[in-house]
Design a protein around this ligand. Structure first.
Ligand code: MG
Length: 394
């Protein structure tokens, strides 16, 4: 077996690899009748930005960030690209800190960090391809070789009988073999949310884990009241009960319910997560590799989570490029805390309508008994379908 694509002899010197191209594909797909709602509104389009970085050795890397596509593409090509052309992808931390240094005044969170996330993911894809190893090996190795996937879905359907439709969707996830699923709340009144939660719990039984996600819909008082009423339905975690800016509110909710509080998908960088972690604002941290700063920053966030003995379960929402990146992160997250039989961390598997998800890559992920294999090919282990990207670029 050829393990490394190159091995230097003692007298050889490492040649620098050079970035020669940075291309962003802003993708938008309208959903039409597949539109769905959450606590902040209706999702009528799916959009994401795929970034391809090329090098003078002909090796290309792919990354993704799924915020506002046009804005992220412009940030990638118009702002970040001139700073990274000619640089060596193996200097990924140096590149990250250099670009962030320029961006700090303009964007410590949000679109520019999302652009940097997609770039960083592509650089790690290149690094893996050059040495012939999957990214998780470069991150320190896999604590697990498959991901225990839960279904993210159960959004607000655009139908007359919402409760029946959500119960049917939940039973579909059960039939698909999912061990856990997540229900969106906060779109309707708390009374209606509780009624739907009760109906789903009764339909799927007590053996399947059930989480709820409010996407920042409440203040602390409302969230605590709702949490106390949800405890009887064995809710495994309550995600983003309050807006991420309200760290004190999150702490208040966390200290007044038996349900675990999860959050962090809106947060960026080691600096943002430092606040969530040192203030113990949540029980479960949910950084997203496509938002928080790529693999380079995820390593630092995970290290802090480990040091503070806090669970870290990545948020995942994009195409199969994002899924692959998240799987490598997931594989390399240590057991927090370590023990002989640690519980498996959960892996978010978005099942909501996204026509871009599957066709962005040639490789597909297969769910078997609620598990997905960690990619084993070099780099991310997925290959972007450039023809599809071109066809969907706006
Ligand atoms: Mg969420």
């Amino acid at each position: 077996m050829i393990y490394y694509t190159f091995l230097l002899t003692p007298n050889e010197v490492v040649e620098e690899l050079n970035i020669t191209g940075v291309k962003a594909y802003p993708l938008v797909q309208t959903l039409g009748s597949m539109s769905f709602g959450f606590s902040q509104g209706w999702i009528n389009t799916r959009q994401t930005t795929i970034v391809i970085i090329s090098t003078d050795e002909g090796i290309e890397g792919v990354g993704e960030s799924f915020g506002p596509a046009r804005a992220i593409a412009e940030a990638v090509e118009g702002y970040c690209a001139p700073m990274i052309l000619g640089k060596d992808p193996f200097n990924s931390s140096v590149i990250w800190d250099t670009v962030y240094g320029y961006l700090r005044m303009n964007s410590q969170k949000g679109i520019l960090i999302e652009a940097l996330s997609a770039i960083d993911i592509a650089l790690w894809d290149i690094k893996g391809k050059v040495v012939g190893l999957p990214v998780y090996k470069l991150l320190g190795g896999a604590y697990r070789d498959k991901a225990h996937a839960y279904a993210t879905g159960l959004y607000r359907p655009n139908v007359k009988n919402v409760k029946d439709a959500l119960v049917e969707e939940a039973l579909g996830y059960k039939r698909d073999g999912f061990f856990a699923m997540k229900l969106k709340i906060g779109h309707a009144s708390p009374e209606e949310d509780l009624d739907i939660l009760k109906a789903i719990r009764e339909a799927i039984g007590n053996d399947i884990k059930l989480m709820v996600d409010a996407n920042c819909a409440y203040d602390a008082t409302e969230a605590i009241s709702l949490a106390k009423q949800m405890e009887q339905y064995d809710v495994y975690w309550f995600e983003e009960p309050v807006p991420p800016e309200d760290i004190e509110g999150s702490i208040e909710v966390k200290n007044n319910t038996d349900i675990r509080i999860a959050g962090g998908e809106c947060e960026c960088t080691r600096y943002g997560f430092r606040e969530l972690i040192r203030r113990r604002a949540v029980d479960i941290l949910q950084p997203d590799v496509c938002i928080a700063g790529g693999f380079t920053e995820m390593q630092k966030i995970v290290a802090m989570a480990s040091a503070w003995n806090m669970q870290c379960i990545p948020h995942v929402w994009g195409t199969n490029v994002a899924v692959a990146a998240a799987l490598h992160c997931y594989a390399a997250i240590p057991n927090i805390p370590g023990k002989i039989n640690p519980p498996e961390p959960y892996f978010e598997y978005d099942r909501s309508p996204n026509p871009l998800r599957e066709d962005a890559t040639y490789e597909k992920f297969i769910l078997q008994n609620s598990y997905i294999d960690i990619p084993q090919k070099p780099g991310l282990g997925v290959t972007a379908n450039i023809d599809f990207l071109k066809a969907k670029t706006i």
